[in-house]
Design a protein around this ligand. Structure first.
Ligand code: FES
Ligand code: FES
Length: 152
């Protein structure tokens, strides 16, 4: 079946089973490999993308359910002011260790700051809660949020 998805500001047409979860379409059909597939069960956060400006997981919901919505992947975030600011803060704080969770976390933090320019510690922790990091980078990410929001 033909699907048209709006990804990083462009309409992308693909032939795919409409039940295929979005992350497989991004990675395998469109070669956007930045979104990682971790658990595949909406448990780890590594597959998060922005959908209509908010972080959503992409490993379970079928790609067809994203038609007509505005998807921004980690590749597209670099073209946004918030995305650049968040990525710079991650670099400054060494918030990426092995990097597996990093794209999802950058998406989550960008979504948080788009909604709340100056989140307090509790709001920052809540935004990170759905995102597992086996390398223990969350304290660095919390620091990155402070820097990206101008609170330090
Ligand atoms: S791969 Fe989607 S939440 Fe883990
Ligand atoms: S940096 Fe390795 S899983 Fe988070």
């Amino acid at each position: 079946m033909s699907l048209t998805l709006r990804i990083n500001g462009e309409d992308r047409s693909i032939l795919s089973d409409p039940e295929t979860p979005l992350v497989y379409v991004l990675r395998n059909e469109l070669k956007l490999k930045g979104s990682k597939l971790g658990c595949g069960l909406e448990q780890c956060g590594s597959c998060a993308v922005l959908v209509d400006g908010k972080a959503e997981l992409s490993c379970v919901s079928p790609a067809a359910t994203f038609e007509g919505r505005d998807i921004v992947t980690i590749e597209g975030l670099a073209a946004t002011e918030i995305g650049r600011r968040v990525q710079a803060a991650f670099v400054e704080t060494n918030a990426a260790q092995c990097g597996y969770c990093t794209a999802g976390l950058v998406v989550a933090v960008s979504s948080l700051l788009a909604e709340n320019e100056s989140p307090d510690r509790d709001a920052a922790k809540a935004a990170l809660d759905p995102h597992l990091c086996r390398c223990g980078a969350h304290p660095h990410v919390l620091r990155a949020i402070e820097i990206a929001s101008g609170r330090s």
